[in-house]
Design a protein around this ligand. Structure first.
Ligand SMILES: *[C@@H]1O[C@H](CO)[C@@H](O)[C@H](O)[C@H]1NC(C)=O
Ligand SMILES: *[C@@H]1O[C@H](CO)[C@@H](O)[C@H](O)[C@H]1NC(C)=O
Ligand SMILES: *[C@@H]1O[C@H](CO)[C@@H](O)[C@H](O)[C@H]1NC(C)=O
Ligand SMILES: *[C@@H]1O[C@H](CO)[C@@H](O)[C@H](O)[C@H]1NC(C)=O
Length: 334
């Protein structure tokens, strides 16, 4: 036999082995390989002929293939407050008031009215369509970002959502440079540049009074602790996390674990409801199991896992499940 011929035979033999092995593997893993094949063939055609619900590769609003996700995800819940959706049911109002109880809360509807005289009253981001592909990065503050080099990956997203004081300056290579949204509460607030949206999570009526004050007169200097009396932020870009949505996240997604969801989990859920594709950075511990912030030198200084009010383990479980189901993409850093 000539050498080329022998090679051909060897190639065929190899191919035969691969096919047999693959078929075996498939029938072993999936009882009915033809079903598996068809399911994926259809998924591919969905993407290729853009019969999909969005213009990205993966669409958040695609719920049909996952009952767990479908059971929890409710697209008609608006994450951000407007005048219209600010009216809370008695049950929601009671629950929300209980989170950080106030002795003598101001009249909620009066405060909301005053708020929307300072910031715009708009329905934003609820524009999911087959033509939209909105990619979002949710950037947590975990020490696993240190040396992870995710900067350009993060900067390429449409929305870049950061939380509390997580800095970019000095950490650009790992965490990127742009910030489109920063999620904060009064006690964690920092100044922003003119292009970033401040997303305030209110846990009490006083928090809404604080944002009004911080953008105007600066009279409120104390909540349960000292807070900044004024904040640099573009008033036209201030957004308020809806208390109704907060309760939905707590009940549907956390099933009542912890006292209320953490800023990180609330930011993730904001992204899940306004984006088509979500990439998650800086969540969880670092490679040594340490919980600290990426800007802190001392790896134990900022242990923030067990804060009492949040169930970090459960939140992390739900986050991992979302990643398992390809609803979000997790970048675990180092
Ligand atoms: C989804 O949310 C809307 C608005 O809050 C509510 O009216 C509706 O009942 C919810 N749907 C489900 C299935 O829970
Ligand atoms: C809050 O003020 C509105 C009028 O602005 C009034 O109708 C409502 O009854 C007040 N609510 C409470 C709890 O006092
Ligand atoms: C910030 O942006 C607003 C428009 O959204 C503009 O009116 C204002 O002048 C800007 N301020 C600065 C300091 O650039
Ligand atoms: C998280 O998931 C693990 C593995 O599935 C499970 O053993 C653990 O009980 C879960 N923890 C919480 C708090 O749900």
């Amino acid at each position: 036999m000539s050498l080329p011929k022998r090679r051909k035979i060897r190639t065929f033999a190899l191919l035969f082995c691969v096919i047999t092995f693959t078929t075996f593997l498939f029938s072993y893993t999936f009882r009915d390989p033809s079903v598996y094949f068809f399911k994926h063939a259809f998924r591919l055609s969905d993407n290729f002929f853009s019969k999909g619900l969005c213009a990205c590769q993966q669409c958040m609003t695609e719920v049909e293939d996952d009952p767990w996700f479908a059971e929890r995800f409710n697209q008609s819940n608006h994450p951000l407050m407007t005048r219209e959706n600010s009216v809370l049911s008695d049950e929601t109002f009671k629950w929300w008031q209980w989170l950080q109880s106030e002795r003598q809360p101001a009249n909620f509807s009066d405060v909301v009215e005053e708020l929307f005289q300072v910031i715009p009253d708009e329905v934003l981001y609820m524009d999911a369509s087959p033509k939209r592909c909105r990619t979002c990065a949710v950037v947590g503050n975990s020490g696993n970002l240190k040396g992870a080099q995710y900067g350009s990956l993060i900067d390429h997203c449409d929305f870049i959502i950061r939380m509390n004081q997580g800095p970019t300056s000095g950490f650009e290579e790992d965490v990127g440079t742009r910030t489109t949204h920063r999620v904060m509460y009064p006690e964690s607030a920092i100044d922003l540049d003119n292009t970033t949206s401040l997303v305030l999570i209110p846990f009490k009526t006083l928090d809404l009074q604080w944002i009004i004050s911080a953008l105007t007169t600066g009279t409120i200097k104390h909540t349960y602790t000292a807070v900044v009396s004024r904040i640099k932020a573009n008033k036209d870009k201030v957004l308020i996390y809806s208390p109704t949505f907060l309760k939905y996240v707590y009940e549907s997604w956390l099933e009542g674990h912890g006292r209320y969801p953490s800023t990180g989990f609330l930011s993730l859920m904001l992204a899940v409801h306004i984006c088509d594709e979500v990439s998650v950075f800086g969540f969880g511990a670092d490679q040594y199991g340490n919980w600290h912030h990426y800007w802190e030198e001392n790896q134990l200084a900022g242990a923030f896992r067990h804060t009492g009010v949040h169930d970090g383990d459960h939140e992390y479980n739900v986050t991992l499940l979302l990643a398992d189901k390809h609803k979000i993409q997790m970048f675990r850093g180092r």
